[in-house]
Write a protein that binds this ligand. Sequence first.
Ligand code: NAP
Length: 283
Amino acid sequence: MGEIIYGKEKAVKLRENIRRGIKKLSAARPPGLEIIIAGKDPASVYYAGLIQRAGDKEGISVNIKQFKKPHTGDISKYITGLNRNNTVDGILVQLPLPKNIDDERIFDLLSPQKDIDGQTPLNQGRLMTGREGIFPATAMGIIRILESNGIEISGKKVAVVGRSSTVGLPAAKMLLDRNATVTICHSKSRPLENYTKDADIVVVSAGRPELVGPEHVKEGACVIDVGTNEVNSKMVGDVAIEAVLKKAVVSPVIGGVGALTLACLFENTFEIYKNHINGIPAK
Ligand code: NAP
């Protein structure tokens, strides 16, 4: 029987450090984080509210701007203003964007220095070429959950299910950078178990309820469930947790990567804020 590993404890520590750091700087203004929601996606609205409430606790001023009838031009204009606004340290554009929005234009425009979820071409390129930058918070959370629970990455076989720019792809690169041998799976990787069942670590971020069952994982593997799916008003992960726990260590969707994602988002915001307050020019 495997054990459950959580991200909450590490997230609490990270957030305590951020809170202390903000207090210590005792600057004239708090860190400013702006969240842009294009459309009415309930999950985006819920998540933005959650970030705002959590930000309040840490002393981060979070403003939510929702474009209920979004147009690329309006959002672009708004982002241009935020890029120039010295009280805004971080900008988060909630994904996925509606189909009518030109996401390339949005992320080409967003200042890479305020891009707290590492979605601009510059920050994505920096990650892929092994340079310093601001990187996607969920991918950072995946690494943190493994490291804080003492799961060895170097030399291990890892299967990452999902190849999005926010989770799968950056997580795969971060794991590769830590000397894992990584297989990236997607919707055409069939049958999925052919790619996952030999892996020491399986990261699942597909957004498909209980996609991964015991047949997909080997005995003693570590499985990180990133997926969040609402099924009959209940939060369900991408991993059939009860069954998979019989043979593997599992990080569940509740209390797992999510808590660390939020902490890493605040960490990215705080790092930018520190530089702004101390007058350190952005790279
Ligand atoms: P996304 O952009 O929709 O990407 C999903 C990925 O999964 C795609 O690469 C897709 O393949 C792949 N996929 C879909 N069905 C598959 C299948 N049957 N077998 C193998 N791969 C499959 O989603 P995302 O933004 O990465 O998010 C994924 C999930 O993580 C969602 O449930 C989201 O809510 C959750 N999430 C959680 C957190 C957290 O903090 N816990 C943070 C971010 C996201 P193709 O590329 O071939 O389409």
